[in-house]
Design a binder for this molecule. Sequence first.
Ligand code: TMP
Length: 246
Amino acid sequence: MSTPEKLYEGKAKIIYPTDDPEILLAYFKDDATAFNAQKRGTIQGKGEINNAISSHLFQELEAKGIPTHYIDSPTPNEMRVKRVKIVPIEVIVRNIAAGSLSKQTGIPVGTIIEPTLVEFCYKNDELGDPLLTRERLFLMKLATPEQLEQITQLSLQINQILSEFFNECGITLVDFKLEFGITSEGKLVLADEISPDTCRLWDQSETDPNRRVLDKDRFRRDLGNIESAYQQVLKRVLEHTSNPSE
Ligand code: TMP
């Protein structure tokens, strides 16, 4: 069978149609970008690792009642997902100050953020994914107030589940980015991926601020050992067994 025409190619994934109009195939690439693609590179094996981590986390979330686009993972680099219309908002959830929050506010990296901060950026590469106010978000009609409330509540629930999950893996979930989509039936579901590309993950067994980094900050900040950090996350995620009574 020949490979079908791609529907869309993003920085980290290619989306293909399937025989079923309600199902898409996401191919996870090894390509890595940062700073709105001003920095480009390859992380060997990243596609397979991120697909495996994302698949595992989506299943974990589904088991705890979070609706996601995940169907299954037919090959190491591919994930079958429900076709959704992506809401053009990047939801950033922050438990600990880092990255752009520290840069833009002066809050020192590592400061605990309480209560958890949920922020919204406009998903638009040309504009550099700018931070939005709620007023701008509604002005641009990116979501209805009801959708935004649902997105916020789901994001906080996802944060609770993932923070606990990673904590049991000896990893602190510092912050992460989520995207949501709307199915053909009008249901809001978690979409995209959850991986070391889209989360900040700190190894709890390391105190050194550079050595503890297990995520794409190793690529962004040229910290080296990127592949082994991603593999370390995968290993711990796969070793984690959920308590069936939870
Ligand atoms: P930031 O501190 O750079 O705003 O990033 C917050 C979180 O969002 C961090 O875990 C990395 C993730 N992220 C993405 O997944 N995609 C992006 O384009 C950006 C800027 C951040």
